[in-house]
Design a protein around this ligand. Sequence first.
Ligand code: NAD
Length: 307
Amino acid sequence: NVLVTSRMFGKLNPEPIKLLFDKGFDILDNPFHGKTHSENELLGLVQKADAAICGDDYFSKRVIKKAKNLKILSKYGVGVDRINIEAATKQGIVIANAPGSNKHAVADLAFTLMLSVARKLREAENVVQNGGWRVVIGRELYNKTLGIIGFGEIGREVAKRAKGFNVKIVVYDPYVEATVVKDMGVELVGIDKLLSQSDFVSLHLPSLPATKKFIDKHKLSLMKETAYLINTARGDIVDEEALLDALLDKKISGAALDTLAIEPPINNNLNELNNVIVTPHIGAHTYEANYIMGMMAAQNVVDVLEG
Ligand code: NAD
């Protein structure tokens, strides 16, 4: 019994579902219901599951405790920050994800956001939508410095794209291998140097207990007044109150955020600012990435259930 709680698994392409059916597995729950499950719903659903393919649902300690038969939690994507890893590991549940599956999708979006916020696309579009026609002055990427925080699959794809824009790339990642940095031709720097030098700061580190509110008031104060913050990683990596203050006080020029600390947002004022672009966590959602995430998530289930 494979419980599918991801909203997108098999939705755009039936092949991942076919892979599970061909192996003789049953699918529990309707993968097309189109919403995130509540904890109470999950408590009921997990009891009969031998495997689960999850999206952005919270697999809390309570949910995992109820999942007596569960052998694998297969993430339809990369970030596993909504799974209580400690509780799952204690119960012998394998946690798998789909590394690199959405790196092109997210790197493309990071660039889309960088260009959009620098050219004030939101403001420009508002002008036309309100019947106007006037100049909106933006900034170029050419010859600027891009700071990439977290130099894994996505961070490296962002760096590859940045080279085409003739952008200087500085990187902060305490765990990246020296050979990767050398091969990619980027400069590894300390976090303070990255923040004070960069015209664009793009976040590609995971959400972990140690990285919650990683971008705080102090770090924002190190950024240039002309700089932009781009977040396609996780909302809780940024102290949103501090970001709002930095934007209102013009300590930085703008921000583009694909993720927020609470999704969907509740009383979040960031989206009201003209120099902020918020997208509804669409980073991984291209046709191409959905196919790869689906196939990898399904294969991970097959591998574990078949031993
Ligand atoms: P990855 O594991 O390949 O790379 C993460 C990198 O961050 C690693 O190189 C790691 O060494 C580094 N890192 C860890 N702790 C750090 C710290 N404290 N400071 C700086 N760097 C640190 O993952 P990825 O595929 O590149 O994805 C990165 C993150 O992007 C994911 O964890 C996920 O949260 C997010 N993501 C978002 C979307 C979206 O829809 N917006 C989609 C996919 C991934």
